[in-house]
Design a protein around this ligand. Structure first.
Ligand SMILES: Cc1cc2nc3c(=O)[nH]c(=O)nc-3n(C[C@H](O)[C@H](O)[C@H](O)COP(=O)(O)OP(=O)(O)OC[C@H]3O[C@@H](n4cnc5c(N)ncnc54)[C@H](O)[C@@H]3O)c2cc1C
Length: 684
């Protein structure tokens, strides 16, 4: 039987991650890759990470981002960008490519986008065009430097992290002449602010400290505004040293037109159109996805250096002769070495599938969200709370649509009517995005950091040296930052604990279970049945936790019970990652034969990816099963009939894992045979 011949190339990835027909995105990927494996790799190899300061050495990155097109990627064509429409997938792929070598460089390239994100998501049209336009690199003949930005939410201890109900940064009215635009006093201290060494502007979250300002908001400050724009001390961080981080202090006067999203004046009070938390919700929704993929890139980038290390381990000296298994296979002659590498690769695939699926979903959600806002504006539904109430009313229709979509026959007229309803479409996409976004941020980074430790372990002592190929040690420690910033793990779990019980999402889950059960019957080798059984067990447990009580009579599923909600959130992440991974394998099976390059050797590639899917599905279902059992039994005793029902489902799940260990053996065997290039394509 054919087996994996070479490491998967671009043609395979373009199919799996669905950008075969997007030449614009393919070009951006190439630019990011050559920058990563050129300048970024050189900077790391030359020791640029060894100082906390932002140096001229590191600053070469900024110009390289400009000239390679990465700076302008976030902008629309009329603002000086080159990709029309949503860019979530493009940005995610760029972060992935850069983080393949160094995630600090990836973060550095995204920092201005993060600063622009509040303006992009909720700014007025004028604010959007002005700031996006100024951040684009100058065209030939233009005499200006590109504007760069920083996003300042978090504040010095003991104040806010990223979930932020509290803000200490303040906004007051400094001057307000009759008939004139108010001038505002911004007083904000930031903590751990990325890009602060070279930022010309910052988008700052501030609370009102004036009865003439109604609520919190995000306000834009610039380095030329009157007052103090102090970049502050550099953070003495030991990760992501190729991005700049400082603790700035701002005390500046700005016109009220700098309030992101604008304001109205009502009875002499400035009413910002959006509070800071409304804006932050929309921002992090999108920007967390590339962060998730940064950690994933590290896992997949570790495969090649580890294989090379394992194979060459005993070459040279008198240790072995060419032709012997010790010489040819090195450590790969030992099953555990390759089996553990399979786990790393499988986790990387699942993370990539989950992350890129999320990025693509946001590309669909973006235009739908704009359309939803337009519909609400027409109907006079203003403010986040009113929108939420209105959206709740369409949940039933969204569920009806999902059920019709999955049914073999349906009332086509009704189906079309629901499908064309903007609010229904929005509810469907949003309910899934509300799961996938925190799931990939949480699982790809948190679990990814653990798995990255394994990659390092496979390098033995070499792994913790500076000359470990692929910068694996840096990648491991960097992963912890990705699990921390833009909301540490608890923040993602908190979000999931609310969104994962949304009825539209649960209705979708029931359909996924049915579909994956059917897929598992026709293609048991994919692990689809394992995921289906895992999801069924998870769903049963969630329903159980809603009706069950502990011996003191307290409800089990409750937002203050993080020992219930958080593990259940983790369990769901494992399963959703596997669900997405199987989806990508099915896509490769369907579209691979149409591509001449991929078709050559497809059987081996597909067989390998299918084995990885089953390995990962069994691991994910095992995690979910462990968590569910600890919920059902751990807070008991519970009624015998509840336990019997649970045991029956759990036993079905265990049985569905038949063959998973054999799949792992096959994948490990493939790793001993796959061809790799002579040398890594970037320096030590
Ligand atoms: C290098 C770097 C760059 C950064 N860049 C930026 C930037 O550009 N802009 C910006 O605004 N911020 C930035 N940050 C800040 C970053 O977003 C915060 O560090 C992060 O959100 C975590 O907040 P914290 O450090 O206050 O941790 P804490 O909130 O103190 O969390 C500590 C621990 O407690 C847990 N925890 C927190 N809340 C809860 C809860 N409710 N329930 C249970 N457990 C909880 C957390 O998961 C974590 O494990 C950056 C940070 C770093 C280190």
């Amino acid at each position: 039987m054919d087996t994996l011949r070479t490491l998967p190339g671009d043609d395979v990835r373009q199919i799996m991650w669905r950008f075969t027909d997007r030449y614009d995105i393919q070009m951006v990927v190439q630019s990011a890759r050559s920058l990563a494996r050129g300048l970024v790799a050189r900077l790391v190899a030359e020791g640029a990470r060894k100082t906390h300061e932002w140096t001229d050495h590191k600053a070469q990155l900024l110009e390289a981002f400009d000239t390679s097109g990465l700076t302008a990627l976030f902008m629309d064509p009329h603002q000086g960008g080159f990709i029309d429409g949503p860019k979530n997938l493009a940005l995610a792929l760029v972060a992935f490519e850069l983080a393949w070598v160094d995630a600090g460089a990836a973060t550095c390239s995204l920092a201005t986008n993060l600063a622009l994100a509040p303006i992009h998501e909720r700014g007025t049209t004028e604010q959007r065009d002005e700031y996006m336009g100024r951040c684009v690199p100058p065209l030939p003949g233009e005499d200006r430097a590109p504007f760069r930005g920083a996003f300042a939410l978090t504040e010095p201890l003991p104040y806010v992290g990223v979930e932020t109900n509290t803000l200490v940064g303040k906004l007051r009215v400094a001057k307000w002449e009759e008939g004139e635009e108010p001038i505002l006093q911004v007083d904000k201290r930031g903590r751990f602010i990325t890009g602060m060494d070279f930022a010309n502007f910052a988008t700052c979250a501030v609370d009102t400290d004036d009865p003439r300002i109604k609520s919190s908001c995000i306000v834009i400050v610039e380095d030329t505004d009157p007052g103090l724009f102090d970049r502050g001390a550099p953070t003495l961080k030991m990760v992501h040293q190729l991005s700049s981080t400082r603790d700035p202090v701002f005390n500046l006067q700005v016109p009220a037109s700098r309030i992101v999203g604008g304001y109205t004046v009502k009875d002499g009070v400035i009413v910002p159109n959006f509070t800071h938390s409304e804006i932050i919700g929309a921002v992090f929704h999108r920007t967390r996805v590339p962060v998730a993929l940064m950690t994933t890139a590290k896992l997949l980038s570790a495969v090649e250096p580890v294989i090379r290390y394992q194979r060459q381990r005993f070459r040279g000296g008198d240790a072995s002769e060419p032709g012997t298994s010790k010489y040819e296979l090195g450590l790969q002659a030992k099953p555990d070495s390759v089996l553990r590498l399979v786990d790393i690769w499988a986790a990387g695939e699942a993370g990539a599938s989950l992350g890129f699926a999320t990025a693509r979903l946001f590309d669909q959600l973006d235009p739908t969200e704009k359309e939803k806002d337009r519909v609400f504006a027409e109907r006079g539904v203003c403010g986040a709370k009113s929108q939420l109430t209105a959206l709740r009313k369409v949940e039933k229709q969204a569920i009806e649509y999902l059920q019709m979509e999955a049914a073999p026959t349906r009332d086509e007229a009704r189906f079309a009517e629901l499908g064309q309803d903007t609010l229904v479409r929005f509810a469907l996409l949003e309910s899934l995005a509300n799961i996938l976004c925190p799931a990939c941020k949480l699982w790809n980074t948190g679990n990814g950091a653990n798995v990255m430790r394994e990659a390092l372990a496979l390098m033995g002592g070499y792994g913790i040296t500076e000359d470990c190929p692929g910068f694996l040690f840096y990648k491991w420690t960097d992963a912890q930052l990705e699990a921390t910033y833009e909301g540490p793990e608890a923040v993602q779990r908190r979000q999931l604990s609310i969104t994962m019980t949304n009825e539209v999402f649960l209705a979708r889950l029931r359909i996924i279970i049915d579909q994956f059960m059917a897929l598992g019957e026709s293609k048991p080798e994919t692990g689809a049945a394992v995921v289906a059984k895992g999801l069924a067990l998870w769903l049963w447990t969630i329903e159980f936790l809603h009706r069950a009580k502990d011996p003191s009579g307290a409800r089990l599923y409750h937002n203050r019970r993080q020992n219930v909600t958080f593990p259940m959130a983790d369990a769901l992440c494992w399963l959703m990652a596997s669900y997405c991974q199987i989806g990508d394998v099915m896509e490769l099976a369907e579209k691979g034969p149409e591509n001449a390059v991929v078709a050559e050797g497809l059987e081996g590639t597909l067989g390998f990816f299918t084995d990885l899917s089953l390995v990962q599905a069994a691991r994910a279902a095992g995690e979910a099963s462990r968590v569910c059992a600890s919920m059902v039994y751990g807070f008991g005793p519970q009624a015998a009939e509840e336990l019997d029902a649970f045991d029956a489902l759990r036993s079905q799940l265990d049985r569905s894992m038949a063959g998973a260990a054999l799949a792992k053996d096959r994948a490990a065997q493939a790793l001993t045979q796959v061809m790799i290039p002579e040398a890594l394509d970037y320096p030590l």
